[in-house]
Design a protein around this ligand. Sequence first.
Ligand SMILES: C[S@@+](CC[C@H](N)C(=O)[O-])C[C@H]1O[C@@H](n2cnc3c(N)ncnc32)[C@H](O)[C@@H]1O
Ligand code: SF4
Ligand code: SF4
Ligand code: SF4
Length: 411
Amino acid sequence: MSNTLAPFARPLYIMLKAGGALCNLRCDYCYYLEKQNLYPQKNVSIMSDELLEKFIKEYIQSQTTSQILFTWHGGEPLMRPLSFYRKALELQRKYAQGRIIDNCIQTNGTLLNDEWCRFFHENGWLVGVSIDGPQKFHDAYRKTRGGNPSFSKVMNGIHLLNKRGVEWNAMAVVNNLNGDYPLEFYHFFKQIGCHYIQFAPVVERITHHSDGRYLASVDKTGKENLAAFSVSPLQWGNFLCAIFDEWVQNDVGKYFIQLFDATLANWVGTSPGICTLAPICGHAGVMEFNGDVYSCDHFVFPQYKLGNIREKTLVEMMYGEQQRQFGLAKRSRLPHQCKECPYLFACNGECPKNRFCLTSDGEYGLNYLCPGFYKYFAHVAPYMDFMARELTAQRPPANIMEILRTKPSIF
Ligand SMILES: C[S@@+](CC[C@H](N)C(=O)[O-])C[C@H]1O[C@@H](n2cnc3c(N)ncnc32)[C@H](O)[C@@H]1O
Ligand code: SF4
Ligand code: SF4
Ligand code: SF4
């Protein structure tokens, strides 16, 4: 397929930061709070109705697919009033022209009330709620501006979502504290009846920039300044292996752990559904409150700005040369160790943001989490082989649980 056609083979996808980095919490590890320093001249970092309309119209009109996904992100997206989202729905209807429009929103859950939940239910929104496992882990890092814990408020929000029948999933950060307690962590999610769980490993480096930002610049080399809350590579590997062992014996087809599903997808050669395990990046951009578009949510740095929607079209920015190069760099900058790795097909060197270590040959660019990912892929390989064969034969991968009960020796 030629380059001119290729862009239209996949949907254009941009997360919206309609309130910039504005948030009612101050999670210690947050990568986004510091982005307010990119806009020091703005007292108020909220998207105007006029810009919202421009975005919605262009976002819909740029797509060639019949189904379109809007993702509301932040900062904390519930810092914008419900009227803002009602307006967004009106605009989506105005410009939909027969397309099916879906919405999802990623929230810290603390501001949820019955009115929000009714809105999400009535309009079929999918809600991602951030919760880092049991209270003692969650409250260690996810605090309010005043340093108070947030767990009870989040649980109250989850209760309201359940009461209204809103579809929701959990987004959990794995860090230096909860990383040592995988089963306690996993059982917590099962106890609260959460069947869709996403884990994100925290890896950040502290670097002071002149504008007040303090988190990693991706171009900075070395791990000397690793933030203390980062998960260690082996902690991450052990964490995944322990949860996998319980999941594969009891929970396949009942609990959906995004990373396990993505691993299986790579095992059968289909798209993994999460960018970190995909071969290239660049499919999901971010638009800030003022129309600035960046390459990726984890690359909101001045050097990764693609332009502004008032000056360039979304298609120009998301399918332009800068974004194409950003996407391909994930593959082209793999160090030799990854290129020779038996699990490259599943790992793809994971997220380029985390590639700041040296390989065993001293080559720069190995993923910090490599030892953990390697351990995980090696551990799950025989089970993934089995589940991939089941899938290829059009049988449910959940069959593995019966085999583990009756013939465990085959693994
Ligand atoms: C930046 S927040 C924005 C949405 C909302 N405020 C929330 O907390 O869900 C998006 C997600 O990123 C996670 N997150 C924050 N800092 C992170 C980091 N340094 N590494 C990985 N994930 C992080 C949060 O826990 C949350 O699930
Ligand atoms: S709630 Fe979300 S945006 Fe706010 S500080 Fe925590 S992770 Fe960051
Ligand atoms: S840079 Fe990381 S987070 Fe961004 S698209 Fe690539 S893998 Fe995903
Ligand atoms: S497991 Fe390590 S060596 Fe293998 S592809 Fe992943 S990061 Fe590279």
